[in-house]
Design a binder for this molecule. Structure first.
Ligand code: ZLM
Ligand code: CA
Ligand code: ZN
Length: 393
């Protein structure tokens, strides 16, 4: 009434706890929680904290974890130890029941604390969106999209994304989940298979035989069983090796704008797995920081409350570059920050032999041959458009 308007730009919160870097999956395991430290130190070196609300996240409670997972699984997770366990009545190792203890999901010291810290940050980020205290809430320590209700899978033990979306659903009638990790977001898809209040969209490398987890074909759009309201609410964008920035961002924009138009979500949960970048140890794509971040930029421009999660990402310096740059996108400063990485201790101490002037854009590793044809990408958009005819929100 007195000409007071909402301040320009989005209110952004950053949810992080330095404790997460203390945990190790094992010497040669590709998942390195330490990449979160590198990300945070880059964000701080650029001075981005001054443009955000910074929260030291806490461990999620038992009640929060069991809002999705079974009590049985969480009870077991809370007591597992790296040492061999007593066998159960049938002479089996009880860890096997929950897919724990193999090379993908090893048991390590402090595992339960690591998992609940990751979920706590994502939970708090979602609550900030629910209470309208943030327009964008960032939890780089989350994004563990493979974990199932009662099972660990693919480096993921607790599905912090599902837990966060369940919070968003308390306030918002419809939530859109978007997943740009190079792997299929199978755990989140499955969790919401039978509801029309969550639509999931995953972009991923798809090869049912040779690439994890092997699900997420174009035609898989949720169980079409009788009276399943969740049918047609899973969108999958299966891709081949070597997709480029230009192809990916065009595809992303055309798929997501059609989804938004039909589904009209009240909030968006965006998983930003950085293993879709070129040169990733496990990835197959050719995305650069700009292409990856264009997805975040696009979501921000929609002006819909947004929770941003991390996820995969196995070349730590590339992960830190992408996530720091995407933090800059969230606060609307990506065009203003200097390209050259500020001299800051963690980066300098770890990578002494690196050129003295690394930039936030440069990606380590060789590009792959692009095996995505324009014809196939057009087919994908066509199929998505047809699926969306069944969706009316
Ligand atoms: N073997 N060490 C992505 C999750 C991807 C399943 C084939 C394990 C690895 C990988 C583990 C140190 C997200 C599979 C792989 C070798 C069965 C996967 C330990 C290297 C190592 O050197 C390694 C001894 C390990 C694991 C590679 N695992 C590569 N790909 C996938 C899971 C998670 O990014 O989407 C989200 C955070 N697992 O392919 C096997 C079938 C286990
Ligand atoms: Ca994905
Ligand atoms: Zn991944």
């Amino acid at each position: 009434e007195y000409g007071i308007t909402k301040p320009k730009g989005s209110k952004v919160s950053f949810h992080y706890n330095a404790e997460m870097e203390k945990y190790h999956f094992g010497e040669h395991h590709p998942m390195k929680p330490w990449r979160l430290t590198l990300t945070k130190s880059l964000v701080s070196a650029y001075g981005m904290n001054f443009a955000m609300d910074n929260y030291t996240s806490r461990a999620a409670t038992y009640e929060e974890l069991t809002s999705f997972h079974t009590d049985d699984y969480i009870d077991h997770l809370a007591t597992v130890a790296p040492q061999p366990q007593p066998l159960d009545v049938e002479n089996n190792n009880p860890d096997l029941r929950f897919n724990l203890g193999g090379s993908d999901c090893p048991l390590f010291e402090g595992l339960y604390n690591y998992c609940s810290m990751s979920a706590g940050a994502s939970f708090d980020a979602a609550r900030k969106i629910c209470s309208n205290q943030s327009d964008i809430a960032i939890a780089w320590g989350g994004g563990l999209h493979h974990a199932k209700k009662a099972e660990a899978s693919g480096f993921c033990y607790i599905n912090d994304i599902v837990i966060a979306i369940l919070q968003l659903l308390r306030i918002h009638a419809r939530v859109l989940y978007i997943d740009i990790d190079v792997h299929h977001g199978d755990g989140v898809e499955e969790a919401f298979f039978s509801t029309d209040r969550v639509m999931t969209v995953s972009f991923h490398k798809y090869d049912p035989q040779y690439f994890f987890p092997g699900t997420g074909a174009l035609e898989d759009n949720g169980p079409k069983s009788e009276h399943n309201p969740g049918a047609h609410h899973a969108i999958n964008v299966p891709l081949n090796d070597g997709i480029t920035d230009e192809q990916y961002s065009k595809l992303f924009e055309s798929v997501i704008s059609k989804v938004i138009e039909k589904f009209r979500p009240g909030a968006i949960a965006l998983q930003c797995g950085a293993d879709s970048l070129a040169g990733d140890r496990l990835g197959r794509f050719n995305l650069l920081v700009e292409g990856h971040a264009s997805c975040v930029e696009f979501c921000k421009k929609l002006n819909i409350p947004l929770v941003i999660f991390g996820g995969g990402g196995y070349t730590p310096r590339n992960v830190a570059r992408a996530w720091a740059y995407e933090t800059a996108v969230a606060i609307g400063q990506h065009k203003n920050i200097p390209t050259q990485i500020p001299i800051h201790t963690v980066w300098r101490d770890r990578f002494k032999n690196e050129s003295l002037l690394p930039t936030i854009h440069q990606i380590l590793g060789e590009p792959r041959q692009n095996r995505n044809t324009q014809k196939r990408l057009t087919e994908i958009v066509q199929h998505v458009t047809e699926q969306l005819r069944f969706v009316n929100a």
